[in-house]
Design a protein around this ligand. Structure first.
Ligand SMILES: [Zn+2]
Length: 159
């Protein structure tokens, strides 16, 4: 069996009055991430981890942020498509592990729901999706609440 690991990182600015999509669900925060699509930073990091593991470039390569088709697009679509790109190359996703860095709101109460939404998009069980959250200890743009970071690693395998 061949196994590969991939890493993904994404960042988005936060702005008042925007919808806040994170991990495939909408958070009630009074502000949200800015971006061409729905700006779901966690899904974007996961997509990059999966694409990186399979050596298939990155999310911006496949879904360009100048393409009108992706304007306001639900990022769950991207994750589904990335999963399909991997399975077309006979890659099976084993697990993903992620960390969100965000000052507020607290995301811990929403993590189970995010896992429930994301796992089926990748054709894996909820147990194979780990999502962790941390603050940035009030440091830098994340600490000031001006932005959000997400990191993800993914393991994939092929028989
Ligand atoms: Zn992004």
């Amino acid at each position: 069996m061949k196994i590969r690991v991939g890493f993904g990182f994404d960042v988005h600015a936060l702005q008042a009055g925007r919808d806040f999509w994170l991990g495939g669900i909408k958070l009630d925060a009074g502000k949200g991430a800015v971006g061409h699509s729905d700006a779901d930073v966690l899904i974007h990091a996961i997509c990059d981890a999966l694409l990186g593991a399979a050596n298939l470039r990155d999310i911006g390569f496949h879904f360009q942020n100048t393409d009108e088709r992706w304007k306001g697009k639900d990022s769950k679509y991207f994750l589904k498509e990335v999963t399909k790109m991997l399975s077309d190359k006979d890659w099976k996703i084993e697990n993903v592990d992620c960390t969100i860095a965000l000052e507020k709101p607290k995301v811990n109460p929403h993590i189970q729901e995010m896992k429930n939404v994301l796992a089926p998009l990748m054709n894996i069980t909820v147990d194979d999706v780990s999502i962790k959250a941390t603050t940035n200890e009030k440091l830098g743009y994340v600490g000031r609440g001006d932005g959000i970071n997400a990191y993800a690693v993914a393991l994939i395998s092929k028989v």
